[in-house]
Ligand binder design. Structure first.
Ligand SMILES: *Cc1c(COP(=O)(O)O)cnc(C)c1O
Length: 462
């Protein structure tokens, strides 16, 4: 063993303790650190020939890089849809690394059963029944990709084509219909050989909505004259958190042949609150469902789940049979269900958080975030320099400058807010108008934080 490595091994407890102390300091201090770090990153150094040991690596990281890391895990980073990491989930994440299990399959470990237990809990949390099986993936983009891959295989089943063997081209042109799809759906279609251009936008409901017009969707399906299609329904759009009518879309299955994939990346969390659960009514009817966990469950990156009613088709797409991996028999190992072969125990942070805070704890996060989004929305509405672009439907506030909201001026506003260090919001274009979004999904955000965000917006727009 290299002497530096041997030295680190002999001092393993102290080294982990030092990393723990540093992490604890940073995690506590994130509420007061500048939310964004717009400055220039340090210049790169060269790969050292002789290593310095873990202690020196920690010191170098703390000095050179950590000061430029954002406060994205903190309470006033409202860009994209960015969750933080609950205390229990961080502990679970550390232990994932410490135990370093390979979740491709059982491999002489109980860890795969822990992932299955966690998936069953999550299924219940989102109101899905036993017909849905799940798997952990890295994020909603991967989850959408897996869901659409299973849908692609289903198209093959309907058309008498074995897509996993013959390739997507054997399907001929594929129709993917959606109202307000997330950009990751087009990316998934590119990856899957379906083609980004095959994503057909279905008209939306009138009146400043992002939800699909179900009558228009039906008309599009009728036009296919019996040819099977994929419908991507959206439960929680990123600009205004609008929800497609999942029940009504699922009811169309009686007359039309389609695979129903629901992108509920963060919208699925509406199911946790009796007040908002109706928004995802019908989710259980989906053939495949995408839910992110590193957003509103507040576990560390990278974690999401993918649920489907057709695990048989999923195995057809993803099976990785070889004499050394074994055949997919009985309940398939995860190696046969997702794009990865080797996988980390991504379920453990979620398991920790669910055990630690339960349904009630996670419901409180969702309800508090929604209440704070409404509060910020009302505050923005009252500011002379800003106006809302849409009503605050759930946890995102979509707004712009009251006057002359050009891309340039809106970008400048976003930069000024980031430079204040007080808050971070990210740009969008809604209804053709450049604007900004403030998305609430962090477990730590308080009323006082929301007030500080409002003050920062007032100062930057005033
Ligand atoms: C965030 C998001 C995605 C992509 O999620 P990643 O975890 O970043 O891959 C997909 N769909 C919706 C609706 C989202 O909000």
């Amino acid at each position: 063993m290299h002497p530096t490595l041997a030295d680190d091994l002999s001092r393993l407890p102290e080294l982990l303790q030092a990393a723990r102390d540093f992490a604890a300091h940073e995690a506590v201090g994130v509420t007061e650190r500048p939310v964004a770090a717009p400055g220039k990153a340090p210049t790169r150094t060269t790969l050292p020939e002789e290593g310095a040991g873990a202690e020196a690596a920690l010191a170098q990281f703390a000095e050179r890089w950590a000061p430029g890391f954002s406060g994205s895990a903190g309470p006033r980073y409202l860009g994209f849809v960015t969750g933080g990491a609950t205390p229990a989930s961080v502990a679970g994440d550390w232990l994932t690394s410490a135990f370093d299990q390979n979740l491709s399959g059982a491999g002489g470990s109980w860890a795969q059963e822990l992932e299955r237990e966690t998936l069953a809990w999550l299924r219940g949390l989102f109101g899905l029944g036993e017909a849905h099986s799940g798997a952990f993936v890295t994020g909603a983009t991967a989850s959408n990709t897996v869901g659409l891959a299973i849908g692609r295989e289903w198209l093959g089943e309907r058309l008498g084509v074995d897509v996993s063997r013959e390739g997507a081209a054997a399907l001929g042109p594929v129709e993917v219909l959606s109202g307000s799809p997330h950009s990751s759906v087009a990316k998934a279609m590119s990856v899957l050989g379906l083609g980004r251009d095959r994503l057909r936008r279905v008209p939306l409901l009138p009146g400043n909505r992002e939800a699909v017009d179900v009558a228009a969707l039906e008309a599009e399906l009728a036009r296919l004259e019996g040819r099977p299609a994929i419908v991507v329904a959206n439960a929680g759009t990123v600009n205004t958190v609008d929800f497609d009518d999942l029940r009504a879309i699922a009811a169309l299955k009686e007359g039309y042949d389609f695979w129903l994939h629901v992108d509920a990346a963060f919208g699925a969390f509406a199911a946790l609150s009796p007040e908002y659960a109706a928004l995802v009514d019908g989710l259980d009817a989906a053939d495949s469902v995408c839910v992110d966990l590193h957003k509103w469950l507040n576990v560390p990156y990278d974690a999401a789940v993918q649920f489907t009613r057709r695990r048989d088709l999923q195995v057809r797409v993803f099976h990785n049979a070889s004499p050394y991996l074994g055949q997919p028999v009985g309940e398939p190992d995860f190696v046969h269900l997702t794009p990865e072969n080797s996988r980390r125990l991504r379920a453990l942070p979620a398991w920790f958080s669910l055990v630690a805070y339960g349904r009630a704890g996670h419901r409180e996060i969702v309800e508090r975030n929604v209440a704070l989004a409404r509060r910020l929305g009302a505050g923005i509405d009252a500011l002379p320099g800003l106006r809302l672009l849409a009503p605050v439907r759930l946890n995102v506030v979509c707004f712009t400058l009251a006057e002359d909201p050009t891309q340039e001026r809106v970008d400048a506003l976003a930069r000024a807010v980031a430079a204040s260090g007080e808050a971070y919001v990210t740009p969008t274009v809604y209804g053709g108008v450049p604007g900004l979004r403030a998305a609430f999904s962090n477990w730590r955000t308080t009323e006082a934080d929301t007030e500080r965000v409002l003050q920062a917006l007032a100062a930057a727009s005033g």
